[in-house]
Design a protein around this ligand. Sequence first.
Ligand SMILES: Nc1ncnc2c1ncn2[C@@H]1O[C@H](COP(=O)(O)OP(=O)(O)OP(=O)(O)O)[C@@H](O)[C@H]1O
Ligand SMILES: [Mg+2]
Length: 327
Amino acid sequence: MCSLLAVKIMANTKPSNLPTSIDETLALLNGADYVADRALATVLYLSLKMNRPLFLEGEAGVGKTEIAKVLASELDRPLIRLQCYEGLDVSSAVYEWNYAAQMVEIRMREASGETNRDAMEDSVFSERFLIRRPLLQALEQVNGRAPVLLIDELDRTDEAFEAFLLEVLSDYQVTIPELGTIKAKEPPIVIITTNRTREIHDALKRRCLYHWVDYPDAERELEIVRLKVPGADANLSREVVDYVQRLRTLELFKNPGIAETLDWATALMELDKIALDPQAISDTLGVLLKYQDDIAQIQGSEGAEVLRAVKAEASANLAAAGAGVSI
Ligand SMILES: Nc1ncnc2c1ncn2[C@@H]1O[C@H](COP(=O)(O)OP(=O)(O)OP(=O)(O)O)[C@@H](O)[C@H]1O
Ligand SMILES: [Mg+2]
């Protein structure tokens, strides 16, 4: 049985289609409408080049998960996603046996007079009855290429699972007692994300390249809005981005991420808005902020102050544009 598996993992490897420079990495991300800064493109390029997992930490909605999706689509590889949660165990993450099908097989063999226990065992503990979960799937090439393995929100699992993951990521192999060791012919491209609700062990981080995914600056966020919400009025998009950027400087319980900026721009566009006004903001604040205390804070004087600053900036930009100054 082990030799069968060994043959299976020796699948043909296609020539690498990985980017060969930081600029190519930036272009690859841009090609899928992902606007990255050079620091992210650099660490991503290096993690691909050095064959090391990329550990992405950052606030919610800043584009961590999206990176894995973009890589898979642009590098033409399957995306295998392991969504982490408390209590995640090996049977959900790596493999489990299909007990029901094994029972049926045993009954059928018994009914046909099978008495050889070893033959029966070999049969029910064969690949046919193995249910492959994401970590095992990620060890196998598809169409000659290693997949992209996204281990999403690792901070939600417990430390025992983290230790197990460390083992898998060290050797890219999994041992199944009844079958033997399955080793990846080519390691998958691994992206690990966390929202830092707890610290991840140093031992695991050490195996990865690390990058903190920050909120984008205004220019980059505006570019993202232009790409992702192309129907939004240019003036509205600029005001939305400016407003969100200013909100992030306040002491809110939960800052809006890029995802919320995009949702807000879409919502205001759907309401045919071409500029921010107090009523539109008040009506749509739930798209941007998800905690009542934050909403109450922004509906008060602080929100009004932010809007005043946004409008002042807009008029200054307009005046500068009128005077022929590039903005
Ligand atoms: N740099 C970017 N360029 C283009 N789109 C982006 C970028 N960053 C985020 N987005 C968009 O923002 C949305 C949220 O991104 P994503 O789900 O990857 O965030 P996240 O960091 O994984 O959040 P969470 O921690 O909540 O899972 C996606 O729809 C994505 O398209
Ligand atoms: Mg995510």
